[in-house]
Design a binder for this molecule. Structure first.
Ligand code: AHR
Length: 494
């Protein structure tokens, strides 16, 4: 029997709701055909945005949305996306499929989308091919409440009041698609560009410097040493790639070895966050600078027959487990991880939503975000797993369970648990060490008949959330059996 001790007496910081953020790039059908269908579309829309997507994202309390890239950000020129839509400049989206980008979704459309979602915009500025002045002007155009020429231009384009813009990224992957710089080169460029990312009026920008990916620790070291005092956040990208970058593997056709490898690699997020965090601790022991994991998720081969540059992949129960495990890791490291963004919201990589014309579905990953939204802005509670069973495959083993816990403002203790083993249910005892919060208990569950289960437009409810049954409670102890290959939420009222 596995026992999970939950320390309810000494909360360990706040799990920022921004850990539950998302990312929408001008890539494939994330924006065009996904979120943005246009005001004249027969697809139900709200000011051009697909209404079904708005409703779904509001239900999971989307806290922020990163835009316009990704790699696209460092070739995006914001002025191209202003004015009458049919007169906007047409460019080639050279990173993603070589398609023509008509810029019909620009600054006003994005900020409108965030207002409709009631979420914080997180804009990535262009360092790779943009100028300091271009970046400075964008921030002024967005946020200046005075009588400057740029503020007047914004008003002439239909927006009177300045927008609130908190999160601003100074470039993206500048070690690669954002300009192929060395860490020292970028640190110098970052210091210069960020100087001109100004605060206008009441607006206070949280500046995010481009960070590293995976295990590239020297980038973090250099950035913290050479530019740490000029940033509020430092980004980190980590994708779960089952195979190699050349042959990543299918999203839906896989065997248990692939399931195991995928989860083993997803679990490495813990080590990556710890190692980058330890470097940051040397320069910032008070953990003021946030580690901003603004791209994470699974990356598989594209679905057969789709444009390789569009990164369209299906989403199975395996993706749900990757999401559950990763979000538990972020919760556990909420002292350093202040924000994260799953890549990407619609039709790209580990999407929450898939669309085809008017058709629309929620992926297994979406249902995990729905379960986990209870952690947003809650107090993290420490957990200790005793007698943790291992999930063994061949000669290798990983933990069978992943867990995190928090206490909401109404006193409810929420515990999210993943059972990584594809064939073994696991009985678990939750013990609230320190007492408290042993009111009524309820639970929800995401699981499905097979590892490969996924939702299609013909069968959109193969993987959904349902009630977690069989919970028994005695004072501060709850016993539950977690089904094989599942993600669960147990809520204990205060
Ligand atoms: O999310 C897809 C791409 O992955 C992004 O554009 C880039 O930043 C990363 O390499």
């Amino acid at each position: 029997m596995t026992t999970i001790h939950i320390n309810t007496t000494t909360p360990k910081g706040t799990i920022s709701r921004h850990i539950y953020g998302h990312f929408a790039e001008h890539l494939g059908q994330c924006i065009y055909g996904g979120l943005w269908v246009g005001e004249d579309s027969p697809i139900p829309n709200t000011q051009g945005i697909r209404t079904a997507a708005l409703d779904a994202l509001r239900r999971i309390n989307i806290p922020n949305l990163r835009w316009p890239g990704g790699c696209f950000a460092d070739e995006y020129h914001w002025r191209d996306g202003l004015g009458p839509r049919n007169q906007r400049r047409r460019m080639v989206n050279s990173h993603w499929g070589g398609v023509v980008e008509d810029n019909s979704f620009g600054t006003h459309e994005f900020m409108q989308l965030c207002e409709l979602l009631d979420c914080e915009p997180y804009i990535a500025g262009n360092v790779g091919s943009g100028t300091v002045q271009e970046m400075q002007d964008w921030v002024e155009y967005l946020t200046c409440d005075g009588d400057s020429t740029l503020a007047r231009e914004r008003r002439a384009n239909g927006r009177q009041a300045p927008w609130r813009l908190k999160y601003f990224g100074v470039g993206n992957e500048n070690w690669g698609c954002g300009g192929n710089m060395t860490a020292s080169e970028y640190a110098t460029v970052y210091r210069r560009y960020q100087t001109y990312v100004r605060n206008y009026g009441e607006n206070q920008i949280y500046k995010v410097a481009c960070g590293s990916n995976d295990f590239r620790y020297e980038w973090t070291e250099t950035l913290m040493r050479e530019a740490g005092r000029h940033m509020h956040g430092l980004s980190l990208h980590y994708y779960t790639v089952t195979g190699t970058w050349a042959e990543k593997g299918s999203a839906t056709h896989f065997v248990e070895q692939d399931w195991f490898t995928t989860l083993q690699k997803a679990l490495r997020m813990d080590e990556i966050v710890r190692q980058h965090g330890a470097i940051m601790d040397k320069y910032d022991p008070e953990k003021k600078v946030g580690l901003i994991v603004d791209e994470w998720g699974t990356w598989f081969d594209v679905e057969p027959g789709t444009n390789p540059g569009f990164l369209y992949q299906q989403n199975t129960l395996r993706d749900a487990l990757v999401a559950g495990v990763t979000l538990n890791i972020f919760n556990q490291h909420c002292d350093r991880v202040h924000m994260a963004n799953l890549a990407q919201t619609v039709n790209v990589l580990q999407a929450l939503l898939l669309t085809d014309g008017e058709e629309f579905l929620l992926t297994p990953t979406y249902h995990v975000f729905d379960l986990y939204k209870v952690h947003q802005d809650a107090n993290r509670l420490e957990t200790m797993v005793e007698g943790d069973a291992a999930y063994t495959h061949g000669d290798a083993a990983i933990p069978q369970l992943s867990v995190s816990a928090s206490r909401a403002t109404d006193g409810t203790v929420n515990v999210t648990l993943c059972n990584l083993a594809p064939a073994n249910d696991v009985p678990v005892t939750l013990r609230l060490a320190g007492g408290g919060a042993a009111g009524s208990v309820s639970g929800r569950l995401v699981t499905a008949p097979t590892m490969q289960s996924h939702n299609t437009f013909a069968e959109p409810n193969q993987v959904t959330a349902s009630s977690l049954t069989g919970l028994t409670q005695q004072e501060d102890t709850i016993v539950v059996t977690l089904p094989a290959k599942s993600v669960a939420l147990v809520s204990i009222a205060g």
